[in-house]
Design a protein around this ligand. Structure first.
Ligand SMILES: [Zn+2]
Length: 271
C-alpha cells in the first residue's frame, strides 16, 4: 500500500518506519528495498482487504495521477463490509486499476459494492491480441442510424477495412435482421465518416478476457500509450466497438463529472 498512518497522519513508506493501517488499524511495516516500489505491508497478516492487488509500478503511476487525498480510500458499506478503493475522486467516482486476471464473481461483487465505478485494465500484456480497425461514425449521428456494419475480425480482413449496408436501401430491414443486402465499402463514405467521428472504432480481441466484456461498469483499457480505449456496444445490431479517449481528457472528466458513465461524453478532438 502507498499509505499508512504515522501518528494519525497518512504517510508514504519511509525506510525503517512503522505505522498502522487506516482500514484495519493493524501494524504496518515499510518496505523500501532497492528493487521494490516503496510501500507498506501489514506486519502480521495478509492484507486486510481480500480485493487488494499487490501494487505494480503501473498501479502506482495511475494513483499518482491523482491528488494524494484521492488514493487508497476506505469504504464502509451499510452492512459493515469494508474495502479500500485505489482511487476515489472528489465527485464520488471510484476507479479500480486492475493488472491481474479476475473472476466474474469478484468483478460482480466489486461492481455491486462500489456502484459508481470505473475499471482501468492493464492491457499491455494482451496488446498483440487486440486489433483496432476502422473508424465508425458517432452512433448518435444520422449517418450511423442508417448503416449496419459487418463485424470486423482478424480472419475477416475485408470487414476489418469497413463493410456496411444501408437500412435506407433495404426497405423493411432492421439493424438486427441479416437479409440479403447491397454491401458497401467504407471508402464510399470516407468524408462523412470522418466528419461524424467521435473516437469509435471496430476492434477484435483474440482470446479476450471475457469478464471485461460482461462488465456492468465502464471498462477502459490502458495499452501504455497516451490514450485509453473504452469497451462499448455500438448500436442496436449489438456490434461491439471501442471508443478512444485521451488520458488527459479522462483525467479531466473524472475529476468533474459525478457519474462514471458520463466520462468522455463531451468530445474533444485528439491532437
Ligand atoms: Zn489493514
Amino acid at each position: 500500500m502507498q499509505y499508512a498512518l504515522i501518528d494519525g497522519r497518512r504517510s508514504e513508506a519511509i525506510a525503517g518506519a512503522r505505522g498502522v493501517c487506516a482500514t484495519c488499524n493493524a501494524e504496518m511495516i515499510s518496505k523500501c528495498g532497492p528493487r521494490v516500489i516503496h510501500h507498506w505491508a501489514h506486519a502480521r497478516k495478509q492484507n486486510c482487504d481480500p480485493w487488494w492487488e499487490n501494487e505494480t509500478p503501473w498501479h502506482r503511476e495511475w494513483k499518482n495521477l491523482f491528488p494524494p487525498e484521492c488514493r487508497e480510500i476506505c469504504h464502509i458499506a451499510p452492512d459493515g463490509e469494508v474495502h479500500r478503493s485505489d482511487i476515489k475522486t472528489p465527485t464520488g467516482i471510484v476507479i479500480e486499476v486492475q493488472h491481474s486476471a479476475m473472476t466474474d464473481a469478484e468483478r460482480l461483487a466489486r461492481e455491486e459494492y462500489y456502484g459508481n465505478l470505473i475499471w482501468i485494465v492493464d492491457g499491455r500484456s494482451f496488446r498483440k491480441n487486440f486489433d483496432i480497425y476502422h473508424l465508425l461514425p458517432d452512433p448518435a449521428s444520422d449517418l450511423a442510424r442508417d448503416l449496419v456494419w459487418f463485424k470486423a475480425t482478424r480472419p475477416m480482413q475485408g470487414a476489418a477495412r469497413g463493410l456496411f449496408w444501408r437500412l435506407s436501401e433495404n426497405p423493411g430491414s432492421s439493424k438486427t435482421t441479416n437479409s440479403c443486402v447491397w454491401i458497401h465499402g467504407i471508402g464510399d463514405i470516407e468524408d462523412e465518416v470522418n466528419a461524424a467521428y467521435r473516437g469509435h472504432h471496430q476492434y477484435d480481441w483474440v482470446r479476450p478476457r471475457k469478464t471485461w466484456l460482461d462488465a456492468t461498469c465502464p471498462v477502459y483499457i490502458d495499452f501504455g500509450d497516451e490514450g485509453l480505449v473504452r469497451l462499448e456496444i455500438y448500436d442496436a445490431s449489438g456490434l461491439s466497438c471501442v471508443r478512444r479517449i485521451s488520458k488527459r481528457n479522462f483525467l479531466h472528466d473524472v475529476m468533474v463529472e459525478t457519474s462514471a458513465r458520463a466520462i468522455g461524453t463531451r468530445f474533444y478532438p485528439i491532437g
